[in-house]
Ligand binder design. Structure first.
Ligand code: ZN
Length: 309
């Protein structure tokens, strides 16, 4: 069993409109845009990152907005709900805020004893705010959401699967422990993590496979401290029979990817070097940053990419 994985690093989803996506995460949810770059594998579209002040692993929600993308169809083989942690006593204020701002899909429930506010992003993305106690991560409060209610970072991601077996085994191999079961949901937590420590598996044996599109999660990334730990994880996964990509330089972290038995794309990303490698923490996310391989496209991209506030 591995002990290098320290919780979620980031969650990456698909969107249609970049400007609507940007407005939702900064103005409605109050996160900080920490990087404005392009999709390194498809540089004609943005890659937008939102998180806490520094883009600490475990707080980072990222998007590929494809302007022409149709909406995804939810189903199995994907991450369903992405959950953020907020102080328990702020859920009422959040419900009011989201309703006032016209956010769709507002609902509430309780999972494993924790109250949640459910809501949708601009492309029908499934989100929850989970009321927690004692999450001591310092939130970003620079976008009009006060410190006492601001999002602390991820609480969990929820994988919707037809059959939990092989994916549950994989999570355990990655260092996660099964901690609870409720109805068709199994909860896993990684000990000694970064607070974004929980993965839920929701089993839906009769449900259709998801179709990815705007509002779908593209992949979830797990955090490791550095490149040495990442190589250990890569080797262990390959020894177990997983097809893992070579290490890819994403400028702000190094990444490896592999497809899980249930169909969800997993990434393992390093905490180093972080988002302040090419701009000051005080100005993160303001300028369009391009990786060196796409630097020659700057003039064209500045002309074609939708301007963002
Ligand atoms: Zn990623």
């Amino acid at each position: 069993m591995l002990n290098q994985i320290k919780g979620l690093h980031h969650v990456t989803s698909l969107a249609s409109s970049a400007s609507k996506n940007n407005a939702f995460f900064t103005d409605v949810l109050g996160l900080r845009r920490i990087k404005k770059t392009v999709n390194f594998d498809a540089p004609d579209v943005y890659h937008l990152y939102y998180g806490d002040e520094a883009g600490t692993p475990g707080t980072v929600m990222t998007y590929f907005p494809f302007p022409m993308a149709g909406r995804g169809r939810p189903g199995t083989g994907e991450v369903g709900t992405t959950s953020f942690s907020v102080p328990k006593d702020s859920l009422g204020a959040w419900t009011e805020r989201l309703a006032e701002m016209g956010v769709e899909g507002l609902d509430a429930d309780t999972r494993f004893g924790e109250d949640r506010v459910l809501f949708q992003g601009p492309d029908g993305d499934a989100f929850a705010l989970v009321g927690t106690d004692g999450d001591d991560r310092t939130p970003w409060d620079g976008n009009g959401v006060s410190q006492d209610m601001a999002i602390r970072g991820f609480h969990s991601a929820d994988m919707r699967l037809r059959d939990e077996g092989a994916s549950a085994e994989l999570l355990k191999f990655m260092g996660y422990e099964e901690i609870d079961r409720q109805d068709n949901v199994i909860r896993f937590r990684v000990p000694g993590g970064n607070e974004a420590n929980v993965i839920d598996i929701e089993t839906l044996p009769g449900a259709a496979h998801a179709n990815q599109g705007a509002g779908s999660v593209h992949h979830i990334a797990f955090a490791v401290e550095n490149r040495a730990r990442q190589l250990e994880v890569r080797e262990a996964l390959m020894d177990t029979g997983y097809q893992v990509t070579p290490v890819i330089d994403r400028d702000y972290f190094w990444a490896i990817y592999f497809r899980t038995p249930g169909g969800v794309l997993f990434e393992v990303a390093t905490n180093e070097p972080g988002f302040a490698t090419d701009e000051d923490t005080a100005h993160l996310g303001e300028a369009l940053k391009l990786p060196s391989q796409h630097a020659h496209l700057r003039e064209a991209l500045e002309r074609t990419l939708e301007p963002l506030a």
